[in-house]
Design a protein around this ligand. Structure first.
Ligand code: AMP
Ligand code: MG
Length: 498
């Protein structure tokens, strides 16, 4: 393993996780690569993090972003964690191909991790090579940035570089490294790692770290660890509701892929649904459909129960009290989720005021969409443009339904419901367009960008990122990006590529 040289300041690091006890991680540098080459710097994000995009794009900067040089102030570590993978507990996972360089404070005062993903083997690599291919790296770049622009909590992509080294997958691919930015990389599985080892001191130290970093308000409460659990439950309920309301399918909701800070993390075989169906699965490794679109709330609930279990040693004075706290916290999830989901759907339907029929009303609409193989994103986007009175434009939505009457029938009830609103047609349309995106990272567009990148043509990748940066604008010029795939463009499966 080549030891990278130490080099100049690119980041102003303050590394709080690396100050935790040694058993929380393995301390090691990333592995230098043969021929680092820049694919892209996220300039806006760099500035937001108080970083100089030009310095990052320089030869030295690219060496840093490839793991070939260690920037001043970095304290590189691979984090330890465990996790339930497809329901089976694995007591040791950890960063097998990622190195946390350190933490920076952004212009917004928020502390964030700077992590290299695909940066070489670590003690947690098991059989893996510690590397990533260009396809999965760019996929994560596109989808995480798309999610951020949609307003959904997510890790971000600061940069992508190629390594000049091949990686062996189903085919030989160019190797790449993603620089990932997260509020933290602490997962449900991080708590599980210490809990399964009965290391209660570590569970407490981890919880204290998380409270200080993400949930300081928990300190003001009587049982701060219960307050922490409640906060994570609430954040995850809101997050999964947001996923559902844009048609996002994470694909690998293992407990090691669920962030304690409530961000979407670890973009593997994730995908956006085109035609609406709650059973939609894309991931090639999800044979049972465990992580299907409509199962995501239930899985989040299950994962949070694993978190509560891992925190039992700190939740109460004795076991009985701890179990009662855990149960009460977890039991709140279904209602929190449903409220967040329904709030989101109301906004999508143009309702400002909550009405008692809204739940059944929204469900009915979704069922009609499922029956009619209607495109989820396009239906809501076009619905936003409809007038409060029936007209020609209604066809623009009904043509997305196999049986147009199924839409027209529902639209009558929708307009009746709109009569209970105070908003004018104009403000309603603007409000709906602000929550119903024209552009999402559709699978066929992502695939097209990745295929071009494999041929060293990054233009489609750049063009797609530019469109996804303003998902609610809906400019006519980008019409192609708003359309569902033609039958020959439909992507049926997505792969981890790990
Ligand atoms: P994921 O499915 O990406 O969430 O990864 C699950 C676990 O496998 C994590 O501990 C990863 O760090 C590890 N892993 C995935 N791909 C590789 C790889 N190519 N080399 C080493 N470890 C890996
Ligand atoms: Mg993972």
């Amino acid at each position: 393993m080549n030891a990278p040289e130490r080099n100049t300041a690119f980041f102003t690091f303050d590394n709080s996780y690396a100050r935790l006890p040694e058993r929380f991680f393995a301390r090691l540098p990333p592995t230098a690569v043969k021929a680092p080459r820049l694919v892209r710097i996220n300039e806006a994000l760099a500035r937001h993090l108080n970083l100089d995009p030009d310095a990052l794009a320089s030869e030295e900067g690219v060496a840093v972003l490839s793991g070939s040089r260690i920037p001043d102030g970095a304290d590189p570590i691979a984090m330890a964690y465990a996790g339930h993978q497809f329901g089976t507990f694995v007591p040791q996972l950890g960063d097998g191909r990622a190195i946390l360089l350190g933490e920076v404070i952004g212009r917004d005062g928020v502390r964030r991790d700077i992590q290299l993903k695909g940066s070489g083997r670590t003690p947690f690599s098991r059989m893996g090579d510690g590397r990533a291919g260009i396809g999965p790296v760019l996929r994560e770049y596109i989808v995480s940035e798309g999610m951020a622009a949609l307003g959904i909590p997510t890790t971000r992509a600061l940069a992508a570089v190629t390594t000049g080294e091949p990686v062996m997958r189903e085919a030989i691919l160019p190797g790449a490294v993603l620089t990932r930015v997260a509020r933290s990389h602490i997962r449900v599985g991080t708590f599980q790692y210490f809990s399964v080892r009965k290391d209660h001191d570590a569970v407490r130290a981890l919880a204290d770290h998380v409270i200080a970093r993400h949930y300081p308000e928990a300190r003001e409460t009587e049982n701060r660890y219960r307050a922490l659990l409640d906060a994570v439950v609430t954040k995850q309920a809101a997050l999964v509701a947001q996923w559902l309301n844009v048609g996002f399918i994470h694909g690998v909701m293992n407990t090691d892929n669920m962030s304690i800070a409530g961000e979407t993390i670890d973009y593997g075989p994730c995908a956006f649904m085109d035609t609406y169906h709650s059973g939609t699965v894309f991931s090639s490794i999800d044979h049972m459909g465990r992580y299907a679109y409509g199962n995501q709330p239930g899985i989040a609930h299950w994962n949070l129960s694993r978190l509560a279990q891992a925190m039992l040693s700190i939740l109460g004075d004795d076991e009985e009290a701890a179990i009662a706290e855990a149960q009460a916290s977890i039991d709140a999830f279904p209602d929190l989720f449903e409220a967040a989901w329904l709030d989101g759907l109301r906004a999508k339907l143009g309702f400002e005021k909550a009405g008692s029929i809204d739940f059944d009303f929204a469900k009915d609409f979704l069922e009609r969409m499922a029956d009619n193989e209607a495109d989820f994103t396009l239906v809501f986007r076009r619905l936003s443009m409809l007038a409060n009175e029936p007209g020609q434009a209604d066809e623009s939505v009904s043509e997305l339904f196999n049986k147009p009457a199924d839409f027209h029938d529902w639209a009558k009830a929708w307009r009746k419901r709109l009569n209970h609103e105070m908003s004018t047609e104009c403000t309603r349309q603007a409000a709906m367009k602000a929550v119903n995106p024209a552009y999402i990272p559709r699978n066929h567009l992502v695939e097209e960008a990745l295929q071009s990148a494999h041929r060293d043509d990054y233009e489609p990748f750049e063009d797609l990122l530019a469109v996804l940066a303003r998902p609610y604008d809906g400019e006519q010029a980008f019409e192609r990006y708003a359309k569902p795939p033609r039958p020959d463009q439909v992507v049926h499966q997505t792969f981890c590529g790990t």
